[in-house]
Design a protein around this ligand. Structure first.
Ligand SMILES: [Zn+2]
Length: 409
């Protein structure tokens, strides 16, 4: 089981210069290696056009090629960086090419604002008396606000405007003991930031999150009034970025607390499968901002549940807001109708409450999950124990989805 810890680090002036230089060297290596692969692709295209192929097959540059030539072509700047960190840059590039072959965008050149992290994939780092030792950087002060469990596998250093963080991915060996399912809950996450549970309870995001969002609007307006290319605009951009960071941290905090509460209270938790939703919906809707927060909430709930031996099910929530949770009849209503009121069985419920009950019911019946099972290609089977439990009559909804994780930069 993997668990990621993130701590803030406080490099001194000298170390910060080194960290910045490392980032810059990595970014240049990334861009140069991308350019190399692009040149080769272009050459292949030309060869094909002019039919030079009979004399030779097209040659592609692979991760291995670039990795092998790295030690031979090292620049003085690259020599200042731990070699595995550089290799990881090539690995990242390779992953973005693999993503491209899987239908995502063509790898892009990275600007200074975008490329903000580098990774020690195996070694070159260690914890020493509460400090973080990084090869070629030094011993950096770190605030470790919680114990680290397991063995640290990778160590990523990240810059966030004017702050630095370390995130460590740890391998934890812990046998998964499935908890007995005594309590279960369906959860409806909507367009608003409200969460509705199938028992009728609602979880509201904290007020300060809304306040920060208002502030973001104000600062963005201010930014739009500043003259392009001016010093003042540059400063305002940093202010906007910092408000963004604040909101991101507040959202993460909210998601952590909510998922903790859910996992502590319930043994089985049912969410809508947002991947299925996004496939069914049109592309623009799919990228809605609220979804990003829900993905985070669901993935945090999943990892906490896994750790506690509890279950998170993701289901196709199609029509859960339209169908009556009392009698199963379809009661169509558009988004503005907030109350479900059934003409067949006289059930009157809050719209989202009705949807949450439907989700829980659907996850219990195999019929409801056939939509998921049809998409075998996307399925990631749960553990053997989960399969066994599914056979014991809990339905086939224990198959969990793997979230797409892109290159993390
Ligand atoms: Zn009804």
């Amino acid at each position: 089981m993997r668990k990621t810890y993130q701590f803030r680090i406080y490099p001194n002036k000298n170390q910060e210069v080194k960290l910045d230089r490392t980032l810059s060297t990595c970014r240049h290596l990334y861009n140069d290696s991308l350019a190399e692969r692009r040149r080769q692709a272009e050459l292949n295209r030309l060869k094909k056009e002019f039919d030079v192929f009979p004399w030779g097959k097209p040659e592609w540059i692979s991760y291995e090629d670039q990795q092998n030539s790295l030690p031979l072509t090292k620049t003085p700047k690259q020599k200042e960086v731990f070699s595995q960190v550089l290799q990881n840059v090539l690995r990242r590039l390779d992953i973005s090419f693999k993503n491209f072959y899987n239908g995502f965008g063509y790898p892009r050149f990275q600007g200074r604002d975008r490329y903000n992290s580098f990774t020690y994939p195996q070694s070159g780092f260690r914890l020493e008396d509460g400090k973080l030792y990084l090869s070629k950087i030094g011993c950096v002060k770190m605030i470790q606000h919680r114990e680290i469990e397991g063995k640290i596998k990778t160590c990523t250093i990240k810059k966030d405007i004017d702050q630095w963080y370390v995130s460590m991915s740890c391998e934890i060996e812990k046998p998964i003991i499935l908890a007995e399912i005594k309590t279960e809950i369906g959860i409806d996450v909507g367009l608003s930031s409200l969460i509705t549970l199938s028992n009728g309870k609602q979880i509201e995001p904290p007020e300060f999150l809304r306040e920060s969002e208002d502030k973001l609007g104000q600062e963005q307006k201010r930014l739009s009034r500043k003259k392009k290319g001016s010093e003042k605009r540059k400063k305002q951009r940093i202010i906007v970025a910092k408000v963004h960071r604040k909101i991101r941290n507040q959202r993460t905090d909210f998601a952590h607390k909510t998922s903790r509460k859910l996992v502590d209270t319930y043994d089985r938790i049912v969410f809508e499968d947002l991947q299925i939703k996004n496939m069914l919906q049109n592309h623009h809707l799919a990228k809605s901002i609220s979804d990003a927060g829900w993905y985070q909430l669901i993935s945090l709930t999943k990892s906490k549940a896994e750790y506690a031996g509890k279950i998170v099910d993701l289901i196709n929530a199609r029509n859960t807001s339209q169908n009556c949770s009392g009698c199963g009849n379809s009661v169509t209503k558009d988004l503005s109708v907030r109350t479900h009121s059934c003409p067949f069985c006289d059930l009157v419920l809050d719209r989202d409450h009705n949807a949450a009950i439907n989700m829980l019911n659907r996850s219990n019946s195999t019929v409801g999950t056939t939509g998921i099972n049809a998409r075998q290609g996307l399925l990631n089977r749960g553990s053997m124990q989960r399969d066994a439990q599914a056979l014991q009559g809990l339905g086939s909804s224990q198959f969990l989805h793997r979230f797409f994780v892109g290159v993390y930069m």
